[in-house]
Design a binder for this molecule. Structure first.
Ligand SMILES: Nc1ncnc2c1ncn2[C@@H]1O[C@H](COP(=O)(O)OP(=O)(O)OP(=O)(O)O)[C@@H](O)[C@H]1O
Length: 428
């Protein structure tokens, strides 16, 4: 009887938490002022681990993504951060349907993409495009820029009839800040930043509504990172794009994102607006990540508390029971081993009117500010610009400060705008 009661109580609490979670995610989408364009629920991707050469036997699974849920509003940017191997790229590949999930749903404008096939799937895939990390390997060196950018039209000829394609590709080159006359050049004739612009132009070719950008600036020099980030910012405003922006660099993610999700071992462990996550983190893992952000200004260092995490990230083939972070967490108690913490507003903050009131999967969530407040640091200036002012990613000017933060393009360049906050930090 007693067990029955407590079981019902737990079920009621879980129902309440789930409602809370839904209300919160709606509120977060409302933050972007729009209905969600993408609703991801309980997304799972397990890669089987097999033994044997002739007869393969499954002996386990790499739980690359293990229950990821989020909404993406129209015109909104969701940043995704986390250590190497936590499942960010797998989420990206699932979103653009390069891989089929083991379980879960991805609803695009209400329709579950994972259940679609044939023409219906093709139509949806057109609207969710990807920009890849490495502009050196993601562009075919034997194809001209015109062929690379125009390739998607072979699969979707309805977007650009054959006679119209050259003009469309030239328009796209212009939109991303490259000279339309470069249409017959090959990728090796461009710098890294310019190649990433080509990758972005290809991503835009089919007029998508959502761009999944997997580490789009990680392979670039810091001196050109901000130019590409500012280009993405401008394109978002121009075409009302929604972004899922995956990056190691916490300061770049903050600059571009409306909301930020922090991943650990295949799950989101904290999600909220950029101010909630950076200025009011409540999960110990987020606090540890943020505490590693370098603070160049000695005066601002007093705001920062270094949290050193001990031990390695456990294997995703055999994640810890309960809270996956508990093996490296200084707050871990028995409860953390026994009970999986839900990603929801922690009980301590449910009634609070505070930015700490956001989703955090920790039994002992506590607000802790670990980085200096935005604006206390001087943005690093850099004056590099190209020879023709059309997105030519020039090397940094001699003596220009390039350490730490990505630098903005010189005024008057194609992507003027504020630089990402200084204090670049890689999380892996
Ligand atoms: N095709 C695959 N088969 C087996 N395991 C895989 C496969 N792809 C990814 N994994 C594993 O899934 C886990 C998550 O990988 P993923 O590339 O998504 O992480 P990530 O956070 O993007 O890391 P990084 O930042 O280094 O790219 C890793 O342990 C990885 O080894």
């Amino acid at each position: 009887m007693h067990a029955d009661h407590s079981g019902r109580r737990v079920a009621r609490q879980e129902g309440e938490v789930a409602r809370n979670l839904l209300a919160k995610s709606r509120q977060q989408s409302a933050y972007a002022g729009r209905e969600p364009i993408l609703e991801v629920r309980d997304l799972v991707k397990h890669y089987p681990l097999t033994q044997g050469i002739v007869i393969k036997k499954q002996v386990g699974a790499v739980k690359a993504v293990d229950g990821v849920s989020f909404d993406l509003g129209a015109g909104e940017t969701l940043g995704v951060v986390g250590e190497s191997g936590c499942g960010k790229s797998t989420v990206a590949r699932l979103l653009v349907h390069l891989e089929q999930p083991t379980a879960g749903s991805i609803r695009y404008k209400g329709e579950d993409v994972t259940k679609l096939s044939g023409r219906a799937l093709k139509a949806v895939r057109r609207n969710i495009q990807m920009v890849f990390q490495d502009p050196y390997t993601s562009l075919n060196p034997r194809m001209t820029v015109g062929d690379i950018i125009g390739e998607p039209y072979e699969i979707h000829p309805e977007v650009a009839p054959k006679g119209d394609r050259r003009r469309k590709v030239q328009d796209l080159l212009d939109v991303v800040g490259l000279n339309p006359e470069y249409i017959n050049r090959y990728p090796h004739q461009f710098s890294g930043g310019q190649r990433q612009r080509i990758g972005i132009a290809r991503g835009l070719a089919l007029n998508p509504e959502i761009i999944v950008a997997d580490e789009p600036v990680s392979a670039l020099d810091v001196s050109v990172q901000a130019q590409v980030v500012n280009l993405l910012d401008r394109l978002q405003a121009e075409f009302n794009l929604s972004y899922v922006f995956i990056a190691h660099d916490l300061s770049i993610v903050r600059h571009i994102s409306d909301r930020v999700g922090v991943m650990y071992l295949g799950r989101f462990i904290e999600i909220g607006t950029d101010a909630e996550i950076y200025d009011h983190p409540t999960h110990p893992y987020t606090q540890a990540l943020l505490s590693a952000v370098p603070v160049p200004d000695p005066a601002a260092r007093e705001y920062r508390e270094r949290i050193i995490l001990h031990g390695d990230v456990p294997s995703p083939a055999n994640p810890p029971s309960g809270c996956r972070f508990r093996t490296r967490c200084w707050k871990a108690q028995e409860r953390c081993e026994l009970e999986v913490p839900l990603l929801a507003v922690p009980a301590a903050f449910r009634d609070a009117d505070s930015p700490a009131r956001h989703d955090s999967a920790c039994h002992f969530a506590e607000e802790k500010r670990v980085v200096p407040p935005e604006g206390t640091l001087e943005p690093v200036q850099e004056t590099a610009r190209g020879d023709d002012g059309r997105g030519q990613d020039a090397p940094a000017a001699p003596g220009a400060p390039v350490s730490g933060a990505p630098a903005p393009e010189a005024p008057g360049g194609p992507e003027d705008g504020p630089p990402p906050a200084s204090g670049s930090s890689r999380v892996s």
